[in-house]
Design a protein around this ligand. Structure first.
Ligand code: DAK
Length: 260
């Protein structure tokens, strides 16, 4: 895999992925989306990876949006293709079998906010600013923003943000339930790594089943959701890790999970 715009480091089962286009505030161009799709396809099946931390290079921006300069000559059918490509990559991130933590270190605007919303957990620096300013460009969010944001914060708050294009500072993003934690910028990566380290100690298949259970049950009725949960709960009983986890508890020792 040839990655020019993504820096990847895998250590102790944690993959740290840094989007590396600092001169364009890490704006998502087509090349970057392609690389991200290839990388997540490979991380998804890499047994050496149990958690992914995604961040932007520099101290100013996570991702300042889709690359506006690539949009100048697009027609309707190109825009449809572009939207589909971005949505597919973000869906790949959302459905990745490993938890993905967005370490939002600055601007998360437009496609950048949409990217963070596709991750499982958002931890923000106190300098982070979230926004969907597409209407100021005559566009609307095209990578899932109208759908994912409304599901997380409710339709009213999503409409307010999308219709005004205004930015949401980190503390308000926390109040709205977008970010799960806000920390000083120099503590952001250490905070994300601390969480990632806790995650990689757990049973990987159980995490993947829990992630699927939450995702598949989210938009259904409670009854259907509980059925989905039972399905995945029962599946954990087919794993060696469940036997190991339960036995280790009874034997008063730490479990050695193998991901099978
Ligand atoms: N795209 C391309 N370049 C960008 C960029 C972006 N989104 N954001 C910043 N840059 C570039 C700037 O052009 C500048 O480049 P040079 O002029 O130096 O070559 C460099 O990054 C530094 O930016 P500034 O000089 O503007 O830095 P400031 O600190 O003054 O301002 C800022 C920072 C983040 C407030 C400002 O750069 C800004 O407003 N950026 C644009 C933010 C924005 O509007 N983002 C949303 C983009 S629209 C769709 C699919 C997806 C989407 C829409 C449709 N379909 C397929 C239909 C999603 C759309 C978006 O994400």
């Amino acid at each position: 895999m040839n990655l020019n715009l993504l820096n990847v480091c895998i250590d102790e089962k944690i993959a740290t992925v840094e989007i590396n286009r600092p001169k364009a505030l890490n704006a998502l161009n087509s090349e970057l989306l392609t690389e991200m799709g290839e990388l997540f396809a490979s991380l998804n099946t890499n047994s050496e990876v149990g958690c992914i931390v995604l961040t932007g290079s520099g101290d100013k921006s996570f991702v300042a949006g889709a690359d506006i300069k690539e949009m100048t000559d697009l027609g309707e059918s190109d825009a449809l293709k572009m939207s589909k490509k971005g949505q597919d990559v973000f869906l790949q991130i959302e459905t990745c079998s490993k938890p993905v933590i967005a370490a939002v270190n600055g601007y998360a605007l437009g496609g950048g906010f949409e990217l963070a919303l596709a991750c499982d957990v958002i931890i923000a620096s106190d300098k982070a600013q979230f926004g969907l300013p597409e209407v100021s460009l005559g566009l609307i969010p095209g990578y899932g923003g109208t759908q994912r944001l409304a599901r997380i914060v409710g339709a009213q708050k999503a409409k307010r943000l999308i219709f005004s294009g205004e930015m949401l500072p980190a503390n308000l993003a926390y109040d709205w339930g977008v970010a799960t934690q806000v920390v000083a910028s120099d503590e952001l990566m250490a905070t994300c790594m601390k969480l990632a380290k806790k995650i990689v100690k757990q049973a990987p298949l159980a995490i993947s089943f829990a992630k699927q259970s939450i995702a598949n049950g989210y938009d259904t009725t409670l009854g259907e959701g509980l059925g989905i949960e039972s399905h995945f709960f029962a599946k954990t009983f087919t794993t060696n890790d469940k036997s190991e986890g339960v036995t280790a508890f009874i034997e008063k020792r730490k479990p050695q999970f193998k991901g099978n």
